[in-house]
Design a protein around this ligand. Structure first.
Ligand code: GRF
Length: 216
């Protein structure tokens, strides 16, 4: 698989930073060739530039349609021969032009154990629901929000007295490990999508995930 990554962001970019660090430290055999934000002046763009990565804003405003915004993103990704797209806190729905340009080649990270608590404020949803365990999911992006084949999940405990912020901080620690690992697994190949399952062949090798664990 083409190991050139494009990362789409809308804000802070801590997961972007985790991918940058992993590729610099040799834990992720990939090159981030472009970071695209739909918002200007976000921390993630600064992180990208500090790492010497091409960083652009393509605002979602001012296009005749949502699809035109997506098409503009596709043009920039293709111009740099991106093979895998990673959404990292990208707060937009991905439309047909981007999905069609990158079939089974767009990943997203979401701070809950999907299919529980998709959409906004998943940490608040988890606390209000009273679950004892939440976590992180890395999944392929489809036309349905937070609903594609699951590549990797990690469990994180919800503890007494948690607020959305304290739970988010605990989950974020796992996100930063999970995303580079999931990207490595996908780039390593030896997998297929069966129905809505991400299935790895027995020989799909070195980038095997750590076992699912709660609270380690
Ligand atoms: C993360 O919790 C990610 O899972 C979610 O949005 C947040 C983005 O944080 N999709 P950051 O911009 O990566 O710091």
């Amino acid at each position: 698989m083409n190991r050139r990554l494009g990362v789409l962001i809308s804000g802070r970019g801590s997961n972007l930073q985790a991918l940058i660090d992993a590729s610099r430290e040799g834990r992720l055999d990939a090159t981030i060739v472009v970071v695209i934000s739909n918002r200007d002046d976000v921390q993630g763009l600064e992180r990208a530039r500090a790492a010497g990565i091409d960083a652009l804003t393509i605002s979602h405003r001012g296009w005749p349609s949502r699809d035109d915004h997506d098409r503009a993103i596709v043009r920039e990704l293709r111009a740099r021969d991106v093979g895998l797209v990673c959404l990292a806190g990208y707060m937009r729905l991905v439309g047909a032009p981007l999905l069609d340009a990158y079939p089974n080649a767009i990943l997203n990270i979401h701070p809950s154990l999907l299919p529980a608590f998709p959409g906004v404020d998943p940490q608040r949803q988890a606390i209000e629901h009273g679950v004892r365990v939440s976590g992180v999911t890395v999944h392929f992006v489809t036309s349905e929000l937070d609903n594609g084949p699951i590549v990797l999940q990690r469990a994180v405990p919800v503890v007494e007295g948690d607020t959305p912020d304290t739970l988010a901080a605990r989950i974020l620690i796992e996100e930063h490990k999970a995303y580079p690992e999931a990207v490595s697994m996908v780039l390593a190949g030896g997998w297929r999508i069966e129905g809505r399952r991400f299935v790895r062949s027995a020989s799909a090798g070195s980038a095997s995930p750590s076992p699912l664990r709660a609270g380690s």
